[in-house]
Design a protein around this ligand. Structure first.
Ligand code: AHM
Ligand code: MG
Length: 355
């Protein structure tokens, strides 16, 4: 085999730009000892659901133009809203896959417990940032996959879902932006795939994403400033280059210049920018959202897994997100994601090492 052909062999293809998502997943299976193909099949089902969702998200503006987003359409039939539709697609596709013992969604009060011994637990936010749909701003889907601890010995139960994020075996998000990008990890780095809409196939576009160690942007809903604790307020001043009394600009090294502000209000969009360019995203607790706004199982854990896989960090301000032990399905948590140095600097304010 010639040099150029051998470099395209499937075994070498996992990190090659242009590899399809299907090939990438299959290569992972071939590399894993004792793989049964169930995990691969599960990931392929998730990819199918995402492509179905993408086609509907892409038509959302058109549907709006034609008046199809209300409760009823021109024929008087009821029309589902986009968040309900995306939820149904994921629920149905995952249930039909036969691989899931437990499926839980941000949209449903209760988890679905299968009456078979499906090995996996899938937790998802089907349409993150849904309040942005009407203004044509990027929205997304976020998911995490865990393996049930004793799939053969026990029936699926809620306890299978209430596991710390460090046990995640795969996680990902899809950003329905100018293009549709799917960033995922099975524990061997974070990789980005871009959808070619003309053929409905995801191609590897960003292999082995690495978050820069420090960025130059901060991303937070600063309208909540008056609701934050003094330590977060101090951090927000500091990140803008306002020096605390007694601190000279030299004491800020290596954070010498004020950070730029970027905030979309869709976690997927804000997290994706932070993952690619570095910096920090934070949604802290405040006097209104006392334990934070974002959900541990559907938003914080999958994002934390991806950021760590890309060499970044994720905390609740103090502790590592992936070590938090969930107590309930819809638990909320303060979330701080980003470049290692930027997250560490934020933590210094929270724990009182910096004022
Ligand atoms: P949701 O659309 O799944 O309810 O997600 C919550 C959204 C996140 O996408 C985003 O980070 C955050 O809420 C924005 O909140 P706020 O409008 O308070 O800044
Ligand atoms: Mg969300």
């Amino acid at each position: 085999m010639s040099e150029s052909l051998s470099s395209l062999r499937p075994s070498a293809a996992a990190g090659v730009v242009g590899t399809t998502l299907r090939e990438h997943v299959l290569n992972g299976m071939h590399a894993a000892k004792g793989a049964t193909g169930e995990f691969t099949s599960l990931l392929n089902h998730i990819s199918l659901a995402i492509r179905i969702i993408n086609s509907r998200v892409r038509a959302a503006g058109l549907a709006d133009l034609l008046g199809y987003t209300g409760e009823t359409n021109v024929q008087g039939e009821s029309v589902q809203k986009l968040d309900a539709f995306t939820n149904d697609v994921l629920m149905n596709v995952l249930e039909r896959s036969g691989h899931c013992g437990v499926i839980a969604s941000e949209e449903n009060d209760e988890a679905l417990l299968a009456d078979h011994h499906g090995k996996y637990v899938v937790l998802f936010d089907p349409l993150d940032g849904s309040s942005n749909i009407d203004t044509n701003v990027g929205i997304g889907t976020i998911f995490a996959v865990l393996r049930r601890q004793e799939p053969k010995l026990s029936r699926p139960s809620l306890a299978d879902a209430l596991r710390p994020g460090r046990e995640i075996v795969a996680a990902g998000y899809v950003l329905y932006g100018p293009s549709t990008i799917f960033v995922m990890s099975t524990g061997q780095g974070a990789h980005g795939f871009t959808l070619d809409p003309s053929i409905g196939e995801f191609f590897l576009s960003n292999p082995d994403i690495k978050v820069p160690e420090r960025g130059s942007c901060y991303s937070i809903n600063e309208g909540n400033f008056s609701r934050w604790s003094p330590s977060i307020q101090n951090w927000a001043r500091w990140v803008k280059g306002i020096h605390p009394v007694g601190e000279s600009p030299d004491d800020r090294a290596p954070f010498t210049t004020p950070y730029g502000a970027r905030y979309v209000g869709s976690l997927v969009a804000d997290a994706h920018r932070t993952l690619m360019k570095g910096g920090i995203f934070a949604y802290p607790a405040d006097s209104k959202s006392k334990t934070g706004k974002l959900r541990l199982l559907y938003e914080a854990n999958p994002m934390a897994f991806l950021f760590e896989q890309a060499g970044g960090a994720a905390t609740d301000g103090k502790d590592r997100i992936l070590d938090l032990m969930p107590t309930e399905l819809h638990q909320r948590v303060p979330l701080v994601l980003g470049s290692k140095d930027d997250v560490a600097a934020y933590r210094q304010f929270v724990v009182g090492e910096r004022k």
